[in-house]
Design a protein around this ligand. Structure first.
Ligand SMILES: C[S@@+](CC[C@H](N)C(=O)[O-])C[C@H]1O[C@@H](n2cnc3c(N)ncnc32)[C@H](O)[C@@H]1O
Ligand code: SF4
Length: 409
């Protein structure tokens, strides 16, 4: 969740949606994202909407405290129930992200999930994920989460090399994320993800291979690998400007991506989105697929974004402002935009082009169709795959931005 909020029209105090947003809702899956905006320390590369204790001191008083955070999120889930009205859909996915969700007591995460279960009901096959920092969990904590209904967990591993973790300001030791996978499996988690970052200044190809191999060896059924983005305003950007560490390099990123794809494929992981690989369909992250396929999701928590039936809105950013809005009985929404049909079409192309299944031909206009070259017309739903005509290969995936410009015409 990026920390800069867009402009938009104001959100009504009661958070009500235009009736059109709820039309046909029963046919779309519904997910919840619960944001936890706290971290023990801030990693120098991270621009997410998260706060350390010292960053919060004096800015939101007791309201911004993490002690009563779960209760605030429960309040927003109750608001969601009112706004979505008689919507009969049980929730298909819940994803608790951060920040560091596992800085909260396991019971707090279970309580927030319980509110979704009470207000909406959970689908029988609901996917319930939390992100976790490797240094912040132990077997008892993981057992409590599993017992409370979480069935998927995503650990921020980033790298297996100490010198890379140091540049990233990560506080866990090499080997700890891999041990976490074993602890999560022992606790009964069906699905486990490891997040990796490539292209960190000072990382070599060999370091990256070692990270991939360590991740695979730990036995997750999902791996996400992201190119390190140097976000403006971060400590990492300042260090690069001062010449303390070298700038990241696009060509290096491209090479590392190709290494990731081949090492993961050899180990039985299939890519299904540009940055995501899974050992089977069941191992894919269905919650992320809701985002990529333009389904409905409610994002609770400071700065969280939501989307229901073509209406997108976002909450106030600061934990103090968030708590204050809920305490006053107001929606924490800061603004919203009602997407025009053409906006939704372009967005669908942007997102679907990242997916293995590609973009459905039926949403392209004649110019976009012509640019698509020779798409796969024999598929059950004719589509253009990433990289243009019939090129779902890794090199094609790297060309996405150029392809997308032609397809949206
Ligand atoms: C924001 S973190 C939240 C979860 C948890 N606190 C952690 O750090 O693992 C989610 C993931 O975003 C990715 N991420 C955050 N900032 C990034 C950046 N500047 N470049 C690339 N990946 C980034 C990391 O891989 C991280 O695992
Ligand atoms: S622990 Fe995760 S969310 Fe927190 S600062 Fe580091 S990358 Fe960002």
């Amino acid at each position: 969740m990026p920390s800069v909020l867009p402009d938009g029209e104001p959100m009504p105090d009661d958070g009500a949606l235009p009736p059109r947003a709820l039309e046909g809702a029963g046919e779309r899956p519904l997910g919840f994202y619960l944001h936890v905006p706290y971290c023990a320390t801030r990693c120098g590369y991270c621009d997410f909407n998260t706060y350390t204790a010292s960053e919060l001191r004096g800015t939101g008083g007791v309201l911004a405290s993490r002690d009563n955070y779960a209760e605030q999120v429960v309040e927003e889930i109750r608001l969601a129930r009112k706004v979505l009205g008689d919507d009969p859909r049980p929730v298909r996915t819940v994803f608790v992200g951060g920040g560091t969700p596992t800085l909260l007591a396991a019971g707090d995460l279970v309580r927030m999930l319980g509110a979704i279960r009470d207000e909406f009901g959970l689908a029988d096959d609901a996917e319930v994920t939390t992100e976790a920092n490797p240094e912040s969990v132990d077997p008892a904590y993981l057992g409590e989460l599993r017992e409370g209904g979480f069935n998927r967990i995503s650990f921020g591993m980033q790298s297996a090399r100490q010198h890379v973790l140091k540049v990233l300001d990560r506080t866990h030791t090499p080997g700890r994320p891999e041990a976490c996978v074993g602890e999560a499996r022992a606790a009964g988690f069906e699905h486990v993800n490891l997040d990796l970052i490539y292209g960190t200044p000072g990382e070599s190809d060999d370091d990256w291979r070692a990270s991939l191999e360590a991740a695979i060896g730990a036995g997750p059924d999902h791996v996400s690998a992201y190119a390190l983005i140097v976000e403006e305003g971060t400590q990492l950007a300042r260090r690069i400007r001062r010449g303390e560490v070298p700038m990241t390099d696009d060509d290096v990123h491209a090479d590392r991506y190709l290494i990731a794809d081949s090492v993961l494929a050899e180990a039985g992981f299939e890519w299904y989105e540009v940055s995501n690989w899974a050992t089977s369909e069941a191992g894919r992250c269905f919650h992320n697929e809701l985002y990529w396929r333009g389904a409905d999701w409610w994002g609770a928590g400071p700065g969280a974004h939501s989307h229901v039936g073509g209406v997108r809105w976002w909450n106030v950013k600061h934990p103090g402002a968030y708590a204050a809005a809920l305490a006053a009985g107001r929606s924490p929404g800061a603004g919203r935009e009602i997407l025009a049909d053409e906006d939704r079409r372009v967005e669908r192309i942007l997102l679907e082009l990242r997916l293995r299944e590609g973009v459905e031909l039926s949403i392209l206009k004649p110019a976009g169709l012509a640019a698509a070259g020779a798409p796969c017309r024999t598929a059950p739903r004719p589509r253009v795959v990433r990289g243009g005509a019939g090129r779902p290969d890794p090199a094609g995936r790297l060309l996405a931005d150029a392809v997308v410009r032609d397809l949206v015409d």
